[in-house]
Design a protein around this ligand. Sequence first.
Ligand code: HT7
Ligand code: ZN
Length: 890
Amino acid sequence: ASAIRREDYAAPAFWIRTVELTFDLDPAKTIVASKLAIERNPQAAPGQALVLHGEDLTLLRCLADGESVSFRHEEGLLVIDHPPEKDAFTLEIRNTCAPEKNTQLSGLYTSTGGLFTQCEAEGFRRITYFLDRPDVMAVFSVTLRADKAKYPVLLSNGNLVEQGSLDNGRHFAKWHDPFPKPSYLFALVAADLVCREQKIVSRSGKEHLLQVYVRRGDLDKTEHAMASLIASVAWDEARFGLPLDLDRFMIVAVSDFNMGAMENKGLNVFNTKYVLASPATATDGDFAGIESVVGHEYFHNWTGNRITCRDWFQLSLKEGLTVYRDQEFSMDMAGSPSARAVKRIDDVRGLRAVQFPEDAGPMAHPVRPDRYQEINNFYTATVYEKGAEVVRMMATLVGREGFRRGMDLYFERHDGQAVTCDDFAQAIADANPGSALAVNLAQFKHWYAQAGTPRLTARGSHDVTTRRFTLTLTQSALPSPGQPDKQPCVMPVVMGLISTDGRALPLRLAGEEAAHGTERTLVLTQPEESFVFEDIDDAPVPSLLRGFSAPVVLDSGLYDGALITLLRHDHDAFNRWEAGQRLALNRLLAALPGTGELPALDDAYIDAMRAVLRDPALDPAFKELVLTPPGEGYVAEQCAEVDPQRIHRLREEMRQQLAARLHADWLWAWEAHQVREGYRPDAVQSGKRALANLALTMLVLDAVAKGDPVWPGRAYQRVKDAGQMTDRHAALKALIDGHSPLAQGALAHFHGVAAGDDLVLDKWFAAQAQAAEPLDGGGVVLGRVKALLKHPDFSMKNPNRLRSLVGSFCRENPAAFHRADAAGYVFWADRVLELDAINPQIAARIARAMDRWRVLAEPYRSAAREALARVAGSAKLSDDVREIVSKALE
Ligand code: HT7
Ligand code: ZN
């Protein structure tokens, strides 16, 4: 398929104002009757054909104003060359689709005996013929008819207008959604479900009904999702003045789902992973994931649904903004400043692990892309996470109140419209005249237009006689596909200066009368700028990019001494963590060029790590983050040529040294952080568990190396008797990744405990696919993964299961995947081709495991190219996978 280009956007020739849909639901053959009130767009050129989208449908009837009208089919389109020559007319369509044959999980499909829809981005056209584009917004009325015994629950968007019985054991429900919406926000559910419900009263005194629908037997796992939904409603009202605009708000959980969740108006459909949780089945991370995804989808009700995207190039308008909002929500929910910092560190870790490599690889694209072949490939970390960073920078530049003013203006101007990223940035800037954002708006928008991660270099010089410290900041950016030259960006650099004895120094810039606090935001707009600070007696340590104030790679040029000062004393928790990571990274990178073992870690580094671990003023969750060395993927991104085996070896050796040298401290950490009260997934308890479980991991690692059975035995016992999943799962991983002989028994026990719970089984598969390769005689993980493909609990058709096994192996276990014998790549190619025939969206995600093949060292690079060429050479490839592999090979 040829590329769709942003510059080709044209408003549609017709609008659809209202839609009446009637579904006769049946998994084998569903009949859809659709009545569309169509209006000509007076701004469009006259005489145009009416071109509707339609995919995998059978057309039964097409009438315009009650008369038959001639039409023709083009690939994926229904073309009515001569629609009635009137400003407005009615089109009636009758078609069928086959939900049970729909393995793509886009459109109307079956899952565990129920019928569900997924319409974003282009799934509605797989249900009926329509102008399936986000700028066409219509009021939907929907009638659902189905067998009552098989599908007792019939749901769609908006309000339930009527329901009742029909002949032959069937029943019906009529729904009406008063808000005009694009087709991608349409949803229906017909299934045998039960629901937890709760009435809430909003600030305005209005009553709303909240419902969470799940399969029978899962109701006891919905408490956290409901609590998260209630908290989300309250938060959006308090923080942004945005109330729930519906009488009824529903969440439905489904176990076959391509992504995390979907924000259909009033009827959010969720992957079970982001709804179901009990202490026995879900980890602290799962609970946090539920809170953030429930929040995310709920917040879309305003940022995405009330104001939507003009076209799919503007996807970040809703996704970047909504990720920013869900991140802020989770931070506010976390509570203490330290817990907020932990959340921020987590988010930045995610950005660096996924978005930075994306921005440096063949799929690099701007936050607002310029072209695509398959829009599903552009639900990326760049659009979502980097997009959120762009919004965060705007908020930094205009301040918290300024951002709220900007959001207010955005809703005042655009409520009910389909708009662009430019409209959003303009509203934030217009509400803050004179701000650094407003003054530099055109330049700021390079963040939307340019791909690639900019590099920020900082160098400082101190003059004792003038008592001046000069900080010189330089920005640069490497070329990206189709973008050889880059313009300088507007970068907010939040910073402070620390004396070597740990004081935060007052900051007075040259030309200012007095100091303005100890932290400020420098706004870099030029390729190079110097900032002169007065009254600085001794050379300070600059603490730059606090809270990760811009999504860039920072080269601070700081040596160990300065990094240790920051780790000990920085007032910004993010930069304390960053300093610790840099110390670890420097040691790994220094050892990479050789072939020998990681040299013994120096006392200064070990002492600094011990000081963090033992510091009574620091949060356990923060300690866990500092004491975890940077991931293998992040280390790889620092290398011009990547040897995944060498990176794995050095990082494992670093962990082993930390385990051995801090043995007494790990013992203390384990003892001191046991949670004895009842389970709560809050920041305090989960922080303690995170640190205790890191301690257990280290103790097992060290014990296995020394042949001591005690700690593996304790971990095994934990797998057996832990009262909740966080500790059980951590103990299992400690045994697997610590290469303990007890791991197999623990896995068998864990599988038994899972007792058919799909989400627990997903963890069982993932733990094995992510297993650390042993350093002596690696290469064992692939064999286990291949064997697991044949396990009766495995299915290629369920995206969660597929991600747990194949996704985890190919995308999250570099040392197991990148094998000198190329067997990992052969496995990858086989799975991508096999999966492409079932579910191209998911196949394309797995295909992206090869994105960074060009930076691999030999023999990996040549073998990877060969595997890519094999996939690209397949005659029957979806557009989804073709786009990924052909870009990789370009
Ligand atoms: N807006 C949604 C994005 C989405 C999606 C969700 C489920 C399945 C397929 C999907 N394609 C696109 C999810 C979100 O960002 O909230
Ligand atoms: Zn979203």
